[in-house]
Design a protein around this ligand. Structure first.
Ligand code: IMP
Ligand code: MG
Length: 178
């Protein structure tokens, strides 16, 4: 039988570190939105595992929704993407937190922020569990970040390589990966 972590390289963040980063983020977010109800919008599929943990660690009322986007071929320099599955709920009047598993080029987030702004939210902020250390579009601000990591390909904790490894409870480099 194949082991869950087969083909995976060096561990970057183990379960203990992940748990403490989620707790830190949840405490910060709960304090910042103390008198509000927070609407979490997860970017599928990478954010699903992190969002589930974050949601349960929040001490404020929260709701959630998900969106799935697909790049047109490669993500182009213009950041043109297509919505594969749109949000179920309107954003009108809501305090929105866009949740990503990992932010790399920031093009996905740039597109989503522009799109969500047109839907009339009361406020909109961003949270990425991981942020790669690289340049991003000027309109992309990461308000909450778990960990900054080098610009290498990682898997686990919801992040995949060709749909594999999302169920790893830790984050690791791909063996032989960039
Ligand atoms: P961005 O638009 O370049 O910021 O890319 C964000 C998306 O690319 C993420 O939501 C992931 O789906 C994917 N991605 C970027 N880097 C990685 C990685 O190292 N491992 C797994 N997925 C990644
Ligand atoms: Mg992927």
């Amino acid at each position: 039988m194949a082991a869950v972590g087969e083909g995976v390289g060096l561990t970057l963040l183990d379960e203990t570190v992940i748990r403490s980063e989620v707790a830190r983020l949840a405490a910060q977010i709960s304090a910042d939105y103390a008198d509000k109800t927070l609407h979490l919008v997860g970017v599928l599929k990478g954010a699903a595992v992190f969002l589930a943990d974050l949601l349960r660690a929040l001490t404020i009322p929260a709701t959630m929704d998900f969106i799935s986007i697909v790049p047109y071929g490669q993500v182009t320099a213009s950041g043109v993407v297509r919505i594969r599955k749109d949000l179920d709920e309107p954003l009108e009047g809501k305090d929105v937190l866009v949740v990503e598993g990992i932010c790399a080029s920031g093009l996905s987030l740039s597109y989503l922020l522009r799109n969500f702004q047109t839907r009339g939210p009361a406020s909109i902020k961003t949270c990425a569990f991981l942020a790669k250390r690289r340049e991003r579009p000027a309109d992309v601000t990461l308000d909450y970040v778990g960990r900054e990591i080098p610009d290498v390909f990682v898997v686990g904790y919801g992040l995949d390589a060709q749909e594999q490894y999302r169920n790893l409870p830790y984050i690791a480099r791909l063996a032989g990966g960039r």
